[in-house]
Design a protein around this ligand. Sequence first.
Ligand SMILES: [Zn+2]
Length: 250
Amino acid sequence: MSDNVCYVDAYARSIQASVRATEAPAAEGTGALVLLDRTVFYPGGGGQPADRGEIRAPDGRTWKVVGARKAGEEIWHELEPGADAPLAGPAVFISDLDWDRRLRLMRTHTALHALCGVVWRDFGALVTGGNMEPGGGRMDFEFERMSGELVGAIETAVNEELLRERDVRVNVLPREEAFAIPDLIRTRVNLLPEGIERIRTIEIVGLDLQADGGTHVANTREVGTIRVTGYESKGRINKRIRMELTDPQG
Ligand SMILES: [Zn+2]
């Protein structure tokens, strides 16, 4: 199995790697797939989109990576359509993330955890779904009594928590230990596969603890602040909150 660095070190943006295998494009308009022996690319999941970036050969030849996806435990890199994949073998390539985009995703993802943490702590509302792009995202909650007034209070509380400069920790726990943590599985339906032996958790120390597979910043100070950009009713009980980072470069 390849070394999937993104789950251990979210700040690794570039790594040397050899090509283990390639696959022809799966369909018209898609690119060839490349499996490296180690990678910094995140394959997408949990509402966080897959990374983009490039693979470079020692001679300077460059392949654009337009996405990544997981097949079993392996992360495959999708090249731009039309590009011939590099040959498998011992040659050493550099795989390199679009770091600006990834860091924005890490900040956005961490902000969404802070939002979940506040909504759970203050209102006991469970998450039913979520999604993000670099710089903004949405979370859906079972939150019958949500209102504009409450959403304003939530925005204030989230920003207070982010500005407390809370550390964000990644842990990998044996299944029994993880399930002994109250409220760890915050989604309405327990999405963790039956057979999974070890569970990765993300903790915003003092605010939020969740089972999670994505990439996050190491301290909430790196997020800055957020603004709530909208909220809507998706039914009597299901409510959606949209937010974005308040960065000027949006
Ligand atoms: Zn997360």
